[in-house]
Unconditional design. Structure first.
Length: 257
DNA sequence: ATGGTAGCGCTGCTA
């Protein structure tokens, strides 16, 4: 089973690239983030034509997460279900069961500046996600959390730790929030397979960062141990960051036997 | 050289 995740940065603009990528990458499941679409504008028919069922949680303009699957799509849940009022006001979380795997597509808040209210909200959001796992999920089951975490788990995942020190994505509190999910039972499957640095999934559009190798690895597939033990391959598809109208993120894919 | 681009949507915000 091939599971992939891709922050597409506007599905309206990126649909041709996503269709092209589905045709050659052939994922069984694709989690998308930053669709920037209302649910009514989600191009479900375009994906159905390629053999994928789809679920979408959107708000228009900002955010928006989706799951495509060609191995079944059931028990769809949008947003948190912990009883708070803002469950889907920001469309950042979507769950579905696909081919026996509980799949989460997540778009973690950016945080903007360390210490800002947005940064505090980011930490709270990550803790809320962990609480969802603790209260509603089984670490011995088959589950993946895929998406743009807006956190680079360690210094190997950033192009220059010195320059980025003090900013978001690399702060100890953010990294501890991701580590807490590993402690619950999730494995960063890309890092399980590759220990090298400079393997990034996002590059700023500005200043030629992609071509200069200035990126971050912030898109993750976190899998429970029973799945991670069956990992056969993983890849960040940097080719998809090239060419006409690319997203600023590359897709990440992982194969499970 | 302390810059720069992209998307949304129409002025400035978000990333």
């Amino acid at each position: 089973m091939r599971i992939a995740t891709w922050n597409v940065n506007s599905l309206k603009v990126r649909l041709p690239r996503v269709e092209e990528w589905l045709a050659y990458a052939q994922p069984d499941i694709l989690c998308m983030q930053e669709t920037k679409l209302a649910d009514g504008a989600f191009p479900a028919l375009a994906f159905a034509a390629l053999g994928y069922d789809a679920a979408h949680c959107g708000q228009g303009q900002w955010n928006g997460v989706a799951i495509l699957s060609r191995v079944g799509l059931d028990d769809v849940v949008a947003g948190f279900t912990d009883g708070s009022e803002d469950e889907t006001t920001e469309a950042r979380l979507l769950w579905a069961t696909c081919g026996g795997v509980r799949v989460g597509s997540v778009y973690v808040p950016n945080g903007r500046m360390v210490g800002s209210e947005f940064y505090e909200a980011k930490l709270a959001w990550l803790e809320r996600l962990r609480q969802h796992l603790v209260t509603g999920c089984d670490p011995s089951g088959s589950l993946v959390v895929c998406g743009d975490f807006n956190v680079a788990p360690d210094d190997r995942d950033v192009w220059d730790p010195t320059k980025l020190h003090g900013g978001t994505h690399v702060s100890p509190a953010e990294r501890e929030a991701v580590a807490a999910m590993r402690e619950w039972g999730l494995v960063d499957v890309f890092r399980q397979r590759y220990s090298e640095d400079r393997l990034y999934s996002w590059w700023d559009y500005r200043a030629g960062d992609f071509h200069q190798g200035r990126g971050l690895r912030i898109d993750l597939i976190l899998a429970t141990r029973v799945l991670a033990d069956r990992l056969s391959w993983a890849l960040i598809d940097r080719f998809a960051r090239k060419g006409k109208l690319p997203s600023d993120h590359a897709p990440l894919l992982a194969d499970f036997e």
